[in-house]
Design a protein around this ligand. Structure first.
Ligand code: GLN
Length: 506
């Protein structure tokens, strides 16, 4: 394998900007790596070497002419979850409904990446319309976990996480509505961040549940995630829920954290997230992570957030309700697929045939659940109640953050499960997001940082760090300090230990 692909985004950018290596060579090395391993992984739905090499050449040209790099990540390759619109590549959201659809505009995230000189190499696989926890709901087939090809890479952003974990790209962008950045990151040994709601523009992000959806970084190091966060984050007048405030100083926080001192930082361990249903090896890895935080000087306290027990059911009313409304736009008239339009049928019949053929079973389940929850006579009992639970969760977070600076928990109750293991059991699938959903419902910042391997199956475990809204930098500082301590104890970065896919010959 070309060693270039093992470098972090920060290292690659430094060498490119110093003109030790060219962005074109970096892009080529990653495209070669993708060609070698993606047949086994299927992380990408769409690859565009030409677009990537042209973007890389533009960065090299600018540097040769003596221009300063457009951003700290100029020239670095990146993969985009196939839920962000791109004018020069299709956007399918993992659905047959949007097969071959070419959007007429770039998402704000896409535009900011291009302006920053980041080299977009392609679009990554995902559960259909971001509904799922395993990437098995993609209409284009599952992605495999580079740590064990018989296992899922999590979801819905399994393609982005697998691509970063397998050294196909150093960076990716995902979206997190209930955990779709953090849970895949946890089970692939990558860093995944859900910024504060409103921190990254949703313009051009195909909507699933608008009050929860949030784009964010996937990387192999905390610093790389922070660098990407600053490129994609910040106010956007095109998104009505975008926060009109400066991006929290996450790069500065990641650098400060790397000094490895958490003296005076109060860390709360959420008592609700342990016990039955949690894999023993995950809980042991979490305990070790907490003891490292203590060794770094943090003060550890237990914090009870009783409403978190109701987060999952509330989410499965709110998210499907919003989805049933958002997905009404896929009617066979405006985008993508149209079925049965032979002149003999009414518009309603064509819509119905198109939706029958275009949506997979999980999307249909969510639309039915949401339509039911919003229907007259049930609205107050279901949707209304769920919104009240959401308020209680906000209050639990507010009370906790009076006592502590950040909250920690395992990111997900188990390590990566086997492909096929949970497809027939939606509830088991939904439980993957038990620990990540509260931060979506409350809108605050949360990330997952690799916390070593579980001692019962040798697979990656994630440490979740949650911070108050607009205090994303706190989570970065704690995660960066933890990362240094973990690598010191483990004898090197966890991500570098992913099995070499060429060697295992798959
Ligand atoms: N797995 C959760 C769901 O299926 C979360 C998905 C997401 O964050 N997009 O809804």
């Amino acid at each position: 394998m070309t060693r270039l692909t093992r470098w972090s985004a920060a290292e690659l950018a430094a060498r490119i900007h110093a003109q030790d290596i060219t962005a074109v060579d970096v892009a080529r090395a990653h495209l070669d790596r993708i060609a070698a391993v993606d047949p086994a992984l299927h992380a990408f739905l769409h690859l565009d070497g030409e677009v990537a090499l042209a973007a890389a050449a533009a960065v090299d040209d600018g540097l040769r002419r003596g221009n300063p790099p457009a951003s700290p990540l100029a020239g670095v390759p990146l993969a985009l979850k196939d839920v962000f619109t791109t004018v020069d590549m299709p956007t399918t959201c993992g659905s047959r409904m949007l097969q071959g659809w070419q959007p007429p505009y770039d998402a704000t995230v896409t535009r900011r990446l291009r302006e920053a000189g980041v080299v977009i190499v392609g679009k990554t696989n995902m559960d259909e319309f971001a509904m799922g926890s395993s990437t098995e709901n993609s209409a284009y087939g599952p992605t495999r976990n580079p740590w064990d090809l018989d296992r899922v890479p999590g979801g819905s952003g399994g393609g982005s996480a697998a691509a970063v974990a397998a050294f196909e790209v150093p960076l990716a962008v995902g979206t997190d509505t209930g955990g779709s950045i953090r849970q895949p990151s946890a089970v692939t040994g990558t860093v995944g961040v859900k910024p504060t709601y409103g921190g990254v523009s949703r313009y051009g992000l195909v909507a699933f549940s608008s009050s929860l959806d949030q784009g964010g970084p996937v990387a192999r190091t905390v610093l790389d995630a922070a660098l990407l966060h600053e490129v994609i984050g910040g106010y956007d007048p095109l998104d009505s829920t975008s926060i009109d405030a400066p991006v929290p100083p996450v790069v500065q926080a990641a650098r400060a954290g790397a000094a490895g001192d958490l003296t005076g930082v109060r860390v709360g361990v959420v008592t609700q997230f342990s016990g039955d249903g949690y894999q023993p090896g995950v809980l042991r890895a979490f305990e070790v992570a907490v003891s490292r935080l203590r060794e770094l000087g943090a003060e550890i306290v237990e914090v009870s957030c009783p409403s978190f027990n109701h987060a999952l059911p509330a989410y499965y009313l709110i998210a499907p309700s919003e989805c049933s409304s958002n997905l009404a736009r896929f009617d066979g008239m405006r985008y993508g697929l149209r079925v049965g339009d032979d002149g003999s049928r009414s518009a309603e019949e064509v819509m119905s045939l198109t939706r029958e053929a275009g949506f997979g079973p999980e999307v249909k389940r969510r639309i039915m659940l949401g339509t039911y929850a919003l229907s007259a006579g049930y609205y107050d009992a279901y949707y209304g109640q769920a919104q009240k639970v959401r308020t209680l969760i906000l209050r639990d977070f507010a009370a906790a953050f009076e006592r502590v600076d950040v909250l920690v928990s395992p990111t997900t109750p188990t390590t990566a499960f086997r492909i096929g293991e949970r497809v027939d059991d939606p509830l088991a699938m939904y439980l993957s997001d038990l620990c990540t959903i509260p931060a979506n419902l409350a809108g605050n910042a949360a990330l997952s940082v690799p916390a070593g391997l579980s001692d019962d199956d040798g697979l990656p475990v994630g440490l979740q760090v949650m911070a108050p809204a607009l205090a994303d930098d706190r989570a970065y500082r704690v995660a960066a300090a933890y990362e240094v301590a973990r690598d010191g104890a483990d004898g090197g970065p966890l991500a570098q230990r992913v099995p070499d896919l060429e060697v295992i010959g798959r």
